[in-house]
Design a binder for this molecule. Structure first.
Ligand code: 3PY
Ligand code: MG
Length: 277
């Protein structure tokens, strides 16, 4: 038989890094494209999150994005559309090695996430196998106990108030701040954020809760400059933009660098600025 060597996954490097206090950086996949996922995986990100909450990705395409991410060497993850038993179970069975779960507002919500991601007796995930089990070094069922990256989103005022209880929930590996929804919940525009704002103060409260509970705090960042600052502050699970955002930004910058004096096209000051991520 002729075969190629596909290394088995021993532990989840994302979970390992977060538990040992290191930063772990990835990006979002919003383009619904396995080809984009594969290209992104080769860049070197630790993980790639398929955004099933805010992109029009279909289930089959999500699975192909997981395959492409893994082939390129990135840990395949997803953001499920909601804290929902069926979505969590099906997405894990489809091959995600970690989930980002939106709108987790209380310890009870966090327990719901953990319970749905763990098999009995730690939780109530039904055991039907997962396509990624074939790539795990060992028994997938027991591997998941310690290795799935369980990331809960803190993106409302209520969640900030409950951050310590949410993060203290057994099984939660870390949290991820959604800056846009947090801004809306605070009653401000998503652009009215940054140093000196109520938004920044709320984020620092979440970071303090993470430090107190020994869990990882994270955030969606808009630029590498911001991401570098967040690492210095102690944030760990950090996303930089998305495939869509990065493509749009790069294309906009290149487009506007064209010499339009001969009338080839018209400069577009808004190019590349439409997408937040
Ligand atoms: C938000 O900004 O609300 C997000 O969910 C980012 O991922
Ligand atoms: Mg959000």
């Amino acid at each position: 038989m002729c075969s190629i060597d596909i290394n088995k996954i021993k532990t989840n490097p994302v979970t390992d890094k977060l538990r040992s206090g290191q930063p772990s950086v990835g990006t979002w996949l919003s383009l619904c494209s396995p080809a984009a996922a594969e290209t992104m995986a080769h860049i070197g990100w630790d993980w790639l999150v398929v955004d099933v909450e805010h992109s029009p990705v279909g289930f089959d395409t999500m699975v192909n994005c997981f395959r492409a991410a893994q082939l390129g060497g990135a840990i395949p993850m997803a953001r499920v559309p909601w804290n929902d038993t069926i979505w969590i179970q099906r997405t894990l069975d489809a091959g995600a090695l970690g989930l980002v779960v939106p709108m987790v507002n209380s310890a009870e919500d966090a327990q719901h996430v953990v319970g749905n991601m763990k098999y009995a007796t730690r939780g109530q995930r039904s055991f039907g196998g997962s396509r990624i089990a074939a790539y795990i070094d060992g028994d997938y069922r027991t591997w998941t106990d310690e290795n799935l990256a369980i990331i809960v989103m803190i993106e409302t005022v209520q969640a900030v108030e409950n951050a310590e209880a949410i993060l203290a929930t057994e099984g939660v590996v870390g949290c991820f701040i959604g800056p846009n929804d947090l801004a809306l919940s605070l009653g401000i525009h998503p652009r009215e954020t940054g140093p000196g704002t109520v938004h920044e103060a709320a984020m620092m409260e979440v970071l303090a809760a993470a430090k107190k509970t020994g869990k990882a705090a994270g955030k969606h960042c808009f630029s590498a400059a911001e991401l570098n600052l967040r690492i210095k502050q102690g944030f760990q699970f950090l996303a930089l933009s998305s495939d869509l955002g990065l493509m749009s930004k790069a294309a906009g910058e290149e487009f506007n660098a064209i010499d339009f004096s001969g009338g080839a096209s018209t400069r577009n000051e808004e190019a590349g600025k439409q997408s937040l991520y």
